[in-house]
Every structure is written in structure tokens, then in C-alpha cells.
Ligand binder design. Structure first.
Ligand SMILES: Cc1cc2nc3c(=O)[nH]c(=O)nc-3n(C[C@H](O)[C@H](O)[C@H](O)COP(=O)(O)O)c2cc1C
Length: 302
């Protein structure tokens, strides 16, 4: 019996572990067989090539890291021609992350991706600026998240995951908007806004100043968001934020996650997702439990 079996809305997985968009690439196959992952999630692609932000654009903090990569990617056409073809032969589900600056652009991208049958689902990155709404991120406005999700859900029958930004007043209302718009699941959290300054010189450690904060320090924030979102919606959750080991995964499952993504922690140990899958298997087998039996079942006081 495979006790690690899990699913998001329309997709089933052999285990609940995947990789967080932007922290992983095909070159990880030099470390392990990528088929061992529950699913593969690609780096966010955009309509056109993005060269990324100028350096310095990453900085290690006390409890995580700051990044300001700037969605560096080859653009969708090049991605379809080359990058995505490298994933063709994997047997686990491939989920493609994408982002754009207008709702129409999002729809055009989805239409192009729909032509590729081995893409099994989409993770929609709504943390990017919406040029039709004063450059505010799509993900901060529940009406826009609803409209965007509705349009995208009308264009595909594949798994449609809306990846939520934590940099909002009320993530629960945004998650509900995604559900009402027809998302089959939500992913959370993307990076928090953060900053680091050299106290000796007063200079920013990141060229752009403000950056995305991820890693172990964000885990409690991510956990409460997963918990509150799970209480409020019925669609499944792909959780991420500071996961370092199988115990962290269990916390997120108790909070309500169906699937988990490993991000920043892979930079110090690229094989960590596999270690976590094996540790989770041991835990579930020795305790004779399944994910569904403990999902969302946080209870009492420790
Ligand atoms: C270097 C780096 C690049 C990232 N690029 C993307 C990206 O392209 N698209 C996206 O949706 N999230 C991106 N993220 C956010 C991660 O997917 C994840 O949501 C976040 O880092 C929280 O998980 P973690 O603390 O385990 O890293 C990036 C994070 C890092 C550290």
C-alpha cells in the first residue's frame, strides 16, 4: 500500500513532494531521478524573454534568503521549443508555472501551453505587476484574481493552481476568489517582501532594495496562511514556505496541505526532496496512517 498517495484537484501523485517554482531546474537530474518526485514544477515563464534583475540579487539572511531574480526566463516561445521538451520523458506530472502583465496575456500563454499534451497542470504566478491596475500585483486584488481565474478556467480542463502571494491584507479572501473563479487548487506561499542593509555602510544588500524573502524564517507565516485558507475553501492546497524536513511537511499537512513543495532548502542540499519522501514514507508506514487521515486535523494544544 502506498500511504503517500495524494492529489490536487484533477491530478494524482505517488507522493506529496514537489519542488517550488524558480528553485529547481532540469539540471537537478544529475543528483537524482526526477521521476521520484510527486510532480515537477517549472520556473515561471513570461510572454517575452526576461534577462532578470541586475546583481546583487540574492542575499543569505539569518533565517533564509532574499532574492530579486526578476523572473529571468527565455520567454514562452523559446520555452515551448526547447526547455519544456527536456521534461517530455518524465512519467510524473509536469506543472508549468507562468505569469504575465495583463489578463489577455495570461490567456494567450495558456492557449499556447494547452497544445502540449505532456503538460498536466498550470501554476499561475499572480505575484507579478498588473499593468492595467497601476502595476499592483494581480494577487493583491480579489476581484482581479476572480476574473483572471475565471477566464483561465474556461480555457483548460487541466489542473489549474493559483499561486497566492502572502503580501496581502487578507489571503483568505484571495483564496476564496480563486476558488470561485474555478481554480482546481491553490499554492501558497510565494515569497514575502524583505530587505537587508549593511549596517556599516547603510547600503542595500540587493540592488533593487526590496526583495522576496524565503526559507526557514517564513515557515510560521506560511503555516498560519495554509491553516486559515484550508478552513475557508474546499479546493486542495499545495503548501510551501521554509520546509526543511519531513516534520515540517507533517505540520503543513495537519494545517491542511495536500501537497508540499521544497524551495530554498534545496540550495544547501539538492537531494533534500528525496530524503523527505523517504522519511515521510517511513513515518506513514510505521504509524500506519495516510495523508488524508491527518490532513487538516490540527487539534488541541501541545
Ligand atoms: C531564487 C528563488 C526564485 C524563485 N522564483 C520563483 C518563480 O519563478 N515563480 C514563483 O512562483 N515563485 C518563485 N519563487 C518562490 C518559491 O517558489 C516559493 O514560493 C518560496 O520561496 C517559498 O518557499 P521556500 O521558503 O521553501 O523557498 C522563488 C524563490 C526563490 C528563493
Amino acid at each position: 500500500m502506498n500511504r503517500l498517495k495524494t492529489s490536487l484537484g484533477k491530478l494524482s501523485f505517488n507522493n506529496p513532494i514537489t519542488v517550488a517554482s524558480g528553485t529547481f531546474g532540469i539540471d537537478y537530474q544529475q543528483f537524482y531521478d526526477l521521476n521520484l518526485l510527486g510532480a515537477i514544477v517549472t520556473k515561471t515563464i513570461t510572454p517575452e524573454l526576461k534577462k532578470g534583475n541586475p546583481t546583487p540579487r540574492v542575499y543569505e539572511t539569518e533565517c533564509g534568503m532574499l532574492n530579486s531574480i526578476g523572473l529571468q526566463n527565455p520567454g514562452i516561445d523559446e520555452f515551448i521549443k526547447t526547455t519544456v521538451q527536456d521534461y517530455k520523458h518524465f512519467t510524473n506530472p509536469l506543472i508549468v508555472s507562468f505569469s504575465a502583465s495583463t489578463i489577455d496575456e495570461f490567456c494567450e500563454m495558456l492557449t499556447k501551453l494547452e497544445a502540449i499534451d505532456f503538460i498536466k497542470g498550470y501554476e499561475v504566478n499572480v505575484s507579478c505587476p498588473n499593468v492595467e491596475n497601476e502595476g499592483l500585483a494581480f494577487g493583491v486584488d480579489e476581484k482581479i484574481v476572480y476574473q483572471l481565474t475565471k477566464k483561465l478556467s474556461e480555457l483548460t480542463k487541466k489542473e489549474l493552481i493559483i499561486k497566492l502571494s502572502p503580501n496581502v491584507t487578507d489571503i483568505v479572501s484571495i483564496a476564496k476568489a480563486a476558488e470561485e473563479g474555478g481554480a482546481s487548487s491553490v499554492a501558497l506561499i510565494n515569497t514575502l517582501l524583505g530587505m537587508a542593509i549593511d549596517w556599516k555602510t547603510g547600503k542595500s544588500m540587493i540592488r533593487r532594495g526590496v526583495a522576496g524573502y524565503s526559507g526557514v524564517g517564513v515557515k510560521p507565516v506560511a503555516l498560519q496562511m495554509v491553516y486559515r485558507v484550508h478552513q475557508a475553501i474546499s479546493i486542495p492546497i499545495l503548501a510551501m514556505g521554509g520546509i526543511q524536513n519531513y516534520q515540517d511537511c507533517l505540520e503543513f499537512i495537519y494545517a491542511g496541505a495536500s501537497m508540499l513543495a521544497i524551495g530554498t532548502s534545496q540550495f544547501s542540499d539538492p537531494t533534500l526532496p528525496i530524503t523527505i519522501i523517504n522519511d515521510l514514507k517511513d513515518h506513514f508506514d510505521s504509524n500506519k496512517i495516510t495523508i488524508d487521515e491527518i490532513k487538516g486535523k490540527v487539534w488541541g494544544i501541545a
